[in-house]
Design a protein around this ligand. Structure first.
Ligand code: KPL
Length: 309
């Protein structure tokens, strides 16, 4: 299976490296040509608990690379999904499918609008990855990955992708009901990401701070209530315990939102806690804690991006 990973951020690089180490045919697609050239020249450097590997993984900025892919794995920020969906519609091989492993609540719908439900898989992962620089990533904490077809019923293709991820060393399950997966991850990110960005701490440190634990519990309770009102069946009965477990397992990781704030980049808060607020309004549930977390992260963003963002 020829795999094109769209977006060489922390997760994209870590996946590409692990897949390449397992012998998969993998390449990276970036919208920034200069960064793609750097990765092409220097390879991908993966740091992990046992040491480090440098892997030669082809990288480019030409969407034509999608024409002979069998699978496109989307790892870009959620605010790029519309643009990625348009690119996939124009360039992705018609036999190929797209798997989104992005953070955020609405990526599957955007890809389905562009490609149709039969060509889209959604997934979530709690693997921790920290971007160290262009083409450089640290695999900082093991997690679990779940994938499922947007159309609903499990099929051979989804099982093949699951087997590929397992071969690359990821604990992976294939599930039906992609919205259950996506909302499980939205709740995890809503509970961890903004607090780590606001307090400027590692994921694991949240559990050591009593006020952070309290706010996390409130944000999670609101997000779970909204998900349930939307008909979501969460992967875990006790979502707060699940969120705390992810914070523990990725304890030394810098959450993606904190990485964004530290690098003065736009964050995904509007697609995580902001999505909880929007969907809460749809189902008539108040979400004051998620609203406040969204506003606080956006206030930080405004300090470095300016009010216009
Ligand atoms: O998904 C993550 C993120 O940082 O975006 C977690 C699982 C919280 C790991 O840091």
């Amino acid at each position: 299976m020829k795999i094109v990973i769209v977006g060489p951020g922390a997760m994209g690089l870590m996946l590409a490296a692990r897949l390449a180490m397992a012998g998969a045919q993998v390449s990276l697609l970036d919208h920034r040509a200069q960064r793609a050239r750097t990765i092409n020249e220097q390879g991908v450097l993966l740091e992990h608990s046992q040491g480090q590997e440098r892997l030669a993984i082809p990288a480019g900025a030409d969407s034509a690379a999608l024409a002979d892919a069998d699978l496109a794995v989307i790892c870009t920020k959620a605010y790029h999904t519309q643009e990625v969906a348009r690119t996939l519609r124009s360039h992705l091989n018609p036999q190929a499918r797209a798997l989104t492993l992005q953070n955020g609540a609405e990526n599957v719908e955007t890809l389905v609008d562009a490609l149709g439900p039969e060509r889209v898989l959604g997934g979530i992962t709690s693997e921790g990855a920290t971007l160290l620089g262009p083409g450089k990533v640290r695999h900082a904490g093991r997690g679990v990955t779940h994938i499922g077809p947007a159309r609903g019923l499990l099929d051979d293709y989804t099982c093949q992708v699951r087997d590929l991820l397992i071969k690359a060393g990821f604990e992976t399950e294939a599930n039906e009901g992609v919205q259950n997966l996506i909302w499980t991850k939205v709740v995890i990110n809503a509970g961890i990401n903004p607090l780590t960005a606001i307090l400027d701490v590692l994921n694991g440190q949240l559990l050591e701070l009593a006020p952070a634990r309290e706010v996390m519990a409130e944000a999670v309770a609101e997000a779970v209530a909204v998900g349930k009102a939307l008909g979501v069946r969460f992967l875990h009965q006790d979502m707060l315990a699940a969120v705390q477990q992810v914070a523990r397992r990725t304890g030394t990781n810098i959450s993606s939102m904190r990485q964004d704030v530290l690098s003065k980049r736009r964050t995904e808060v509007a697609y995580i806690n902001g999505a909880v607020v929007r969907q809460g309004e749809q189902v008539g549930l108040p979400t004051p804690v998620n609203r406040t977390l969204t506003q606080l992260v956006q206030a930080k963003e405004a300090e470095y991006l300016g009010e216009a963002n």
